[in-house]
Design a protein around this ligand. Structure first.
Ligand code: BGC
Length: 383
């Protein structure tokens, strides 16, 4: 009898602890879901297509909110060293914020051609194609209405995954070929956001797909990213002219403010007396990655206030390191904080800018019957 009592007391105690744990987990998940923007801020019909906000969960606690409006990464919640969840994405809690700030491409999927095409023109198989000049004198991030402002078809096969598809018709924004694009976002058990890009065409064309997520590893309202520690695994970069078009040269970063082979604070040389820095108004340059096998990080960043570490892996040959030099504080982001100058950075994995006009750069030509596929991972760790 005594034993029975003791056993049942034990069971009761363990029930109580389990219940306490469950309650704690429930309180945690309520607190966490409150950190994610509400669906209602995104529900709208554009051109007959439903815009929505999708929530993704990884097995290890990481969470994401992504909208099918431009496939934008709205939030990424990551656990910090101190145990609290940090939203590492600079973004808005409603669709309107993204529409009003469209020229900043916050969190968006970029296409057909990420980055610049000089004078909005290129030749393919002897024929010249012209695009809309939206960043005079060049075309930037796909033209007048790029993939960032399209409503993508969305399927959520499980709680970790979001599949987005978009059909870009022949000659949309001046690019030849019917292009079918699929982007799959997965929040993995290893605390990473994995992005797989796939594209196929029915005529030769050019394509350069990327994501324009703005990160601040210290969280919203934490100020600039100038004290974040940056390391980029690249010996070379592609210097540009004053309109940010590559000169065609591939130059060593050695002895320049672009040398991030050893970890350094982003802000140390961001305003150096250097022509390239002046052209970019800070960092806005393509790095030629030493390896792009998705096995070794191409960049590692540490948030100085949270100790959160971001490691970027990719199969793409380049990465555009952009320090939010054109963030002007005009728009109110999540939490009511303005999108102030250099309060976020981007690491846009990509083919090199203006490749269609640069014969020495890796080719961005896509041929029918030879589908394109690339993978980029943004992985988070604690110090
Ligand atoms: C470009 C910047 C541009 C920014 C727009 C970056 O990818 O390199 O020059 O201002 O996108 O948000």
């Amino acid at each position: 009898m005594g034993l029975l009592l003791a056993v049942s007391a034990g069971i009761l105690a363990s029930c109580n602890t389990n219940q306490a744990k469950n309650n704690a987990t429930m309180t945690d998940s309520i607190a966490i879901s409150k950190m994610l923007p509400a669906e209602s801020g995104f529900e709208q019909t554009i051109d007959g297509k439903q815009v929505k906000l999708y929530y993704l969960k990884g097995k290890n606690g990481m969470q994401a909110a992504i909208t099918n409006y431009g496939g934008r990464v709205v939030s990424l919640l990551v656990k910090s060293q101190a145990g609290n969840m940090i939203d590492v994405i600079a973004g808005f809690d409603n669709l309107k914020g993204y529409q009003e700030s469209s020229s900043n491409y916050y969190g968006a999927l970029i296409g057909r051609y990420g980055n610049r095409i000089a004078n909005g023109k290129f030749k393919l198989d002897g024929k010249e194609y012209s695009m809309f000049i939206n960043n005079a004198p060049n075309t930037l991030h796909g033209g007048k209405v790029g993939f960032d402002s399209k409503v993508w078809d969305a399927v959520q096969p499980n709680e970790h995954t979001l599949e987005l598809t978009y059909h870009s018709a022949d000659m949309e924004e001046g690019f030849p070929g019917n292009l079918d694009v699929k982007v799959t976002y997965v929040v993995t058990r290893y605390n990473s956001l994995e992005i797989t890009y796939e594209a196929k065409t029915d005529k030769p064309t050019v394509v350069n797909l990327t994501n324009h997520a703005y990160f601040n590893l210290n969280g919203p309202g934490s100020g600039t990213i100038l004290k974040h520690i940056m390391q980029i695994n690249a010996d070379d970069y592609t210097p540009v002219n004053k309109d940010l078009i590559p000169t065609g040269k591939i130059e060593s970063v050695k002895g320049t403010p672009f040398d991030f082979r050893a970890p350094l604070p982003i802000g140390d040389r961001i305003d150096a007396d250097n022509e390239q820095i002046k052209f970019g108004h800070g960092y806005d340059h393509n790095y030629v990655l030493n390896n792009h096998n998705a096995q070794i990080p191409v960049a590692t960043v540490i948030g100085d206030k949270t100790g959160l570490i971001l490691k970027v892996f990719t199969t793409q040959p380049g990465v555009q390191f952009y320090t939010g030099n054109f963030m002007e504080g005009k728009f109110k982001m999540k939490g009511g904080f303005p999108d102030a100058h250099r309060t976020a950075f981007c690491l846009e994995t990509q083919h090199f800018p203006d490749s269609p006009n640069q014969p020495t750069f890796p080719s961005t030509v896509l041929e029918p019957g030879k589908p394109f596929k690339s993978i980029t991972l943004y992985q988070f760790e604690k110090k």
